[in-house]
Design a protein around this ligand. Structure first.
Ligand code: ADP
Ligand code: MG
Length: 339
C-alpha cells in the first residue's frame, strides 16, 4: 500500500483510543470542559449506563458560532497557545483532543450560546471527513453536548463496554471525584430520567466531602492542614473505624485535579502503615496544592499521574503530615482511654 494520509475521522478514531476508554471517560472530559468554561452548574443525563446517551448541560461561557467547528477539530484549544502556557497550566484541558475524539466514535451534537451572542447554534459532524454542519437552535446561555451511541462505528471497542450498571458506576465515580475538587459547583446527575446524585454548590469543602463521602465520614475523619514552602496539604483521614469498602473513598487531588498518582498513594500508604494492617484500605480525601511550575501534568493522556520536580520532598511532606495527624489522634484516643 502506498503511504497516504489517514482520513480525519479515522485519525480521530485512532486518537480516541487514548482519551475515550468508556462512557465515564467521556463524562470526565465533558465536565472538565464545563469547569474550564467557568460553569457553576452542571447537569448530566445518562441513559443506559452511557451506552445509549451521555448528555451534559452547563451554564459556562459557551462557544461562539464561528468557533463551533474548531472546537470539534483535533489539536484545537482555547486554553494554551505557547509552551510557556503548558509549563504553568491551570485549566483542566489543554490537549484539544477530547471533542474531536468523542465525536469520531459517537453521534455528537454541540449546542451553545455565549451570553454576548443573541442566538444559539448547534453543530454536528458526520462522514469520513468529519464535515461540520451548523444550524440555529434554541438554548439558554451555556453549552449542551449530547453524545449518543458511543462506539457505534467502532465495533471492536464497543465489545469492551461492560454492563450498563458497571459503566454507570464508573460515571458516578467520576462525578464524585470531580465534585470533591469543586465544592462551589452544583452537580446534578440523572440516570434513565431519575436524579441519582445532587450536590448543591457551597464554599465549604467539608460540606462537599460530606455530600460525597457521607456525613459519618466527615464527622469521624481526622481533618488536618499543613503548609511547607510552596506546598499545602488539606486532608480528611479516615481511621480504622472507616475502612474503605469496595466502592468508596480514596481520593487525592493535586491543584484541583483528581489523581491516582503513585507517589502520593505510596506516601499515604506509608503513613497509614503505623495505624493499619497492610491488607486494610484506609478511606481518605487529600488535597495537595503546589506551585504549578513544580509539577508536570502533561505525563498521562487521561492525566491521572503527574511528575513532581521535587518528588522526594513532596512524598516526605505528605507522609509526615499524615503520620503526625494520625498519631496525634491515636494519642488522643489513648488519653481518653486512660481517663
Ligand atoms: P481542550 O479541553 O483540551 O481544550 P476539547 O476538545 O476538550 O479540548 O475542547 C476544545 C475546545 O472547545 C476548548 O478549548 C474550549 O474552547 C471549547 N469547549 C469545549 N467544551 C466547552 C464548554 N462546555 N463550554 C465552553 N467551551 C467549551
Ligand atoms: Mg477538554
Amino acid at each position: 500500500m502506498p503511504i497516504q494520509l489517514l482520513p480525519p475521522r479515522l485519525a480521530n478514531q485512532i486518537a480516541a483510543g487514548e482519551v475515550v476508554e468508556r462512557p465515564a471517560s467521556v463524562v470526565k472530559e465533558l465536565v472538565e470542559n464545563s469547569l474550564d468554561a467557568g460553569a457553576n452548574r452542571i447537569e448530566l443525563d445518562i441513559e443506559k449506563g452511557g451506552h445509549k446517551r451521555i448528555k451534559l448541560r452547563d451554564n459556562g461561557s459557551g462557544i461562539a458560532k464561528h468557533e463551533l467547528e474548531l472546537a470539534l477539530s483535533r489539536h484545537a484549544t482555547s486554553k494554551i497557545s505557547t509552551l510557556d502556557d503548558l509549563e504553568q497550566i491551570l485549566s483542566l484541558g489543554f490537549r484539544g483532543e477530547a471533542l474531536a475524539s468523542i465525536s469520531a466514535v459517537s453521534r455528537l451534537t454541540l449546542t451553545s450560546k455565549p451570553a454576548a451572542q443573541e442566538q444559539a447554534w448547534q453543530a454536528c459532524c458526520e462522514g469520513r471527513d468529519m464535515a461540520v454542519q451548523v444550524q440555529p437552535a434554541a438554548h439558554p446561555d451555556g453549552t449542551t453536548i449530547d453524545v449518543m451511541d458511543i462506539f457505534y462505528n467502532t465495533p471492536a471497542r464497543r465489545k469492551f463496554l461492560r454492563t450498563e450498571k458497571t459503566e454507570y458506576q464508573h460515571i458516578e465515580e467520576v462525578i464524585k471525584r470531580i465534585a470533591l475538587s469543586r465544592p462551589d459547583v452544583t452537580f446534578v446527575l440523572r440516570h434513565n430520567g431519575k436524579v441519582t446524585k445532587r450536590f448543591a454548590g457551597s464554599n465549604d469543602l467539608a460540606v462537599r466531602v460530606g455530600q460525597v463521602c457521607g456525613q459519618k465520614f466527615v464527622q469521624q475523619a481526622i481533618h488536618t492542614q499543613c503548609d511547607y514552602a510552596s506546598i499545602k496539604l488539606e486532608a480528611w483521614l479516615g481511621d480504622a473505624r472507616q475502612l474503605r469498602s469496595s466502592n468508596d473513598c480514596q481520593y487525592s487531588f493535586v491543584n484541583g485535579r483528581g489523581m491516582r498518582d503513585k507517589l502520593i498513594l505510596h506516601a499515604l500508604r506509608q503513613a497509614y502503615d503505623s495505624v493499619l494492617g497492610s491488607a486494610e484500605q484506609p478511606a481518605f480525601v487529600v488535597y495537595l496544592t503546589i506551585d504549578p511550575r513544580e509539577v508536570d501534568v502533561n505525563v498521562h493522556p487521561a492525566k491521572h499521574e503527574v511528575r513532581f520536580q521535587q518528588g522526594r520532598l513532596v512524598h516526605d511532606f505528605i507522609c509526615k503530615t499524615v503520620c503526625d495527624a494520625l498519631s496525634e489522634s491515636s494519642d488522643f484516643a489513648v488519653d481518653h482511654d486512660i481517663q
